[in-house]
Design a protein around this ligand. Structure first.
Ligand SMILES: NC(=O)c1ccc[n+]([C@@H]2O[C@H](COP(=O)([O-])OP(=O)(O)OC[C@H]3O[C@@H](n4cnc5c(N)ncnc54)[C@H](O)[C@@H]3O)[C@@H](O)[C@H]2O)c1
Length: 247
């Protein structure tokens, strides 16, 4: 592992599962201190116990603004400051054609996938100094339509607009904000959408590479984006999708 992130303090939401957990493991391997934010306290405490003394768990629901603020406060209070953040948590609540989606399900998808990123940015940006970096996990559904997932897709499209606007607001002071256009990744969320169990063969994913990514592949790209090696990349919506959005 390189030293490019060594000494930094990273915050990651949805950090007890899938891509978020892989990011937490990856950045700790690169020498950072990490605040893991998630709703499941038992899983969160077990993960930070494994990651070591430079890992802190904070129970946080990203749809609650006070929790977003508390995550930043915990980084500053317990680890000295905040350098980088990964707004990763998200869910798919509503499925099916738009005429069957009720307002509560629509609101839930917007809250967990878009308002959550707004709350994160609002409280993370003031805490970041020059060299700070944020990665927002969007989706291939942020740049393309997906039938039967319109609330999620609308929210993820919003993440790109939010990312670009906030990146422009803070580029001059050396703080970067980027979004991932993430494709098919083997996580509980993806398996849930396919109704597949943990040991089921997922078959070929619907992308030109005909496979799903491992969460660690996404985490490797996130670690690069968080580092100073990526210091000329900001306001970008970056595909990591096996070619899914290339056509
Ligand atoms: N897996 C894929 O194929 C894929 C594709 C595109 C985008 N994404 C995005 O990647 C991100 C991570 O998803 P994943 O695939 O790792 O799924 P996952 O279900 O393994 O992880 C998501 C995590 O977010 C947490 N979370 C959800 N709502 C939350 C809330 N309100 N407060 C706090 N935590 C909350 C979940 O509990 C879970 O720990 C999501 O934003 C998802 O939309 C995933």
């Amino acid at each position: 592992m390189t030293e490019r992130l060594a000494g930094k303090v990273v915050l990651v939401t949805g950090g007890t599962s899938g891509i978020g957990e892989a990011v937490a493991r990856r950045v700790v391997a690169e020498g950072v201190a990490v605040v893991v934010g998630a709703r499941r306290a038992e899983a969160g405490r077990a993960l930070v116990a494994e990651l070591g003394e430079r890992a802190v768990f904070v129970r946080a629901d990203v749809t609650v603004e006070a929790d977003a603020e508390a995550l930043v406060a915990a980084a500053v209070r317990e680890l000295g400051r905040l350098d980088v953040a990964v707004n990763n948590a998200g869910t798919v609540t509503a499925g099916g054609p738009v005429q069957g989606i009720d307002a509560d399900a629509w609101a839930a998808d917007l809250a967990s996938n878009l308002t959550s990123v707004f709350y994160g940015l609002k409280h993370q940006i003031p805490a970041l100094t020059e060299g700070g970096s944020i990665v927002n996990n969007a989706s291939i559904g942020a740049t393309t339509g997906i039938p039967g997932m319109s609330p999620y897709v609308a929210a993820k499209h919003g993440v790109i607009g939010l990312t670009r606007s906030v990146a422009l607001e803070c580029a001059a002071r050396g703080v970067r904000v980027n979004a991932l256009v993430t494709g098919n990744v083997d996580t509980p969320l993806y398996r849930g959408l396919l109704h597949a169990g943990p040991d089921d063969d997922l078959g070929e994913a619907p992308n030109p590479s005909q496979r799903t990514a491992a969460p660690a592949e996404i985490a490797a790209f996130v670690a690069f984006l968080l580092s100073d090696e990526a210091r000329f990349i900001t306001g970008a919506a970056l595909p990591i999708d096996g070619g899914a959005t290339a056509g």
